[in-house]
Design a binder for this molecule. Sequence first.
Ligand SMILES: [Zn+2]
Length: 87
Amino acid sequence: MENKLDGNAAAGTLQEIFPFEMTLVQATCTGCGTTNAIGATAVYMHGMGTVIRCPFCDTVLIRVVHAKGRYWLDMRGVRVLQISAEA
Ligand SMILES: [Zn+2]
């Protein structure tokens, strides 16, 4: 069972970890090299956590699991994360 959502849905989870406006953070995909705002990615939420995929090639960019008081962040699909430090 999984629900496909837009990237804004993942921002809430990432916001618990990063102190930045996560919908505006840009991730460069290791699969196809495109750079997408987190808010424009494809997100799948299911029992195991949140999976953020590239909207172009479907590579898994980020996987987040929140369990047993810890966050598990798998970012192997992200080549570069661009974070604006301006509010
Ligand atoms: Zn891609």
